[in-house]
Design a protein. Sequence first.
Length: 157
Amino acid sequence: MPAFREMKTYRGQRLRLDLPDLLEYARFELSRNRPLRLEMSGPTMRPTIEEGDILTIEPVDVRTIRPQDIVLYATSSGTAVVQRVIALEERGGSTYAITRGDRAEFPGTPIALHQILGRVVAIERRRSGRTISLRREPPLRERIRQLWRRLFRRRRQ
């Protein structure tokens, strides 16, 4: 993973959540299955994500979104927001994500799943440089299957 100082820039500016053209750039990169690294701005996700932390966001199949995922989404007013999914809700045949910043008391407006651009998979701490992975572990059944295959291969050799 690139070091903190090696972040990409967009039109001469570091990629920050408050960059006006961030949505355009994020859609472009994520639609090509490229991870996006951007600097968090604002206190809405404290204490999980501090201002200045670097987020790694990967493209996501919205059908795999689950409560507790931290996602990047586009609001109806055209701004980029990073928040935690706290619930999924069915309304009129469509699924909506209920999101909330970790610092907020109340959930935000439900967002349609198609507004979600990517899932946060890592947080790089600005102060320490430590990277925290948010990748999900495979289900227990799959982990047992992988372990079984490794053990069985060793016996055959």
